[in-house]
Design a protein around this ligand. Structure first.
Ligand code: FES
Ligand code: FES
Length: 195
């Protein structure tokens, strides 16, 4: 499974693997290829907060968020890049965190569902729209759906129902709440643009 994640990581966030390696080399870190048990020091900015972690270089960003930082909003559905339940933002771009190595996020900003609205404040317009349109049933896919939907609007892909369906196609919902999800995105998109 780890091998698959390593092999697939460059497909998820093209261009991030090389800079992460370059940053690691510049910092004089141990080469895990010569010392399999070595840990790497990784500096992440997670939801605006600087975090330093000592990690197995094979650790996924998803496992690091959930198990290392107790941020359990991002869900592990398939762990293979096929369901979107683990979607988070890396430098503002949506990624499947199950296929992103934590070391690829070194020196970068990660935003999870826990960080899109101020604690105790108003919900993000996309969160509110999901509630208003009953865009969930069990809720397991919902954090990933919302993170993908926010990114979709920022990418400029909320122009039509067809376009929204296409650009949300990486996020699966076993409960079949797709009609509500579409309605929520159509509702939230103009509110996000005005904000
Ligand atoms: S858990 Fe990452 S895509 Fe399914
Ligand atoms: S709300 Fe249950 S999987 Fe989407």
């Amino acid at each position: 499974m780890i091998g698959a994640a390593l092999a697939s990581s460059s497909l998820v966030q093209p261009g991030t693997a090389a800079p992460a390696r370059a940053q690691g080399a510049a910092a004089g870190r141990a080469n895990p290829g010569t010392n399999p048990g070595a840990k790497l020091t990784v500096n992440l900015t997670v939801n605006g907060e600087a975090r330093q972690l000592s990690l197995d270089p094979r650790a996924s960003l998803l496992d690091t968020l959930r198990e290392g930082l107790a941020l359990t909003g991002a869900k592990k559905g398939c762990d293979h890049g096929q369901c979107g339940a683990c979607t988070v933002h890396l430098e503002g771009r949506r990624v499947a965190s199950c296929l992103t190595l934590a070391v690829q996020a070194d020196g970068r900003a990660v935003t999870t569902i826990e960080g899109i609205a101020p604690e105790g404040g108003e919900l993000h317009p996309m969160q509110q729209a999901f509630i208003d349109h009953d865009a969930l049933q069990c809720g397991y896919c919902t954090p990933g759906q919302i993170m993908a939907a926010i990114a979709l609007v920022r990418e400029g892909h909320a122009g039509s129902p067809q376009e929204i369906r296409e650009y949300m196609s990486g996020n699966l919902c076993r409960c079949g709440a797709y009609a509500g999800i579409l309605a929520a995105i159509q509702d939230a998109a103009p509110k996000m643009r005005r904000a």
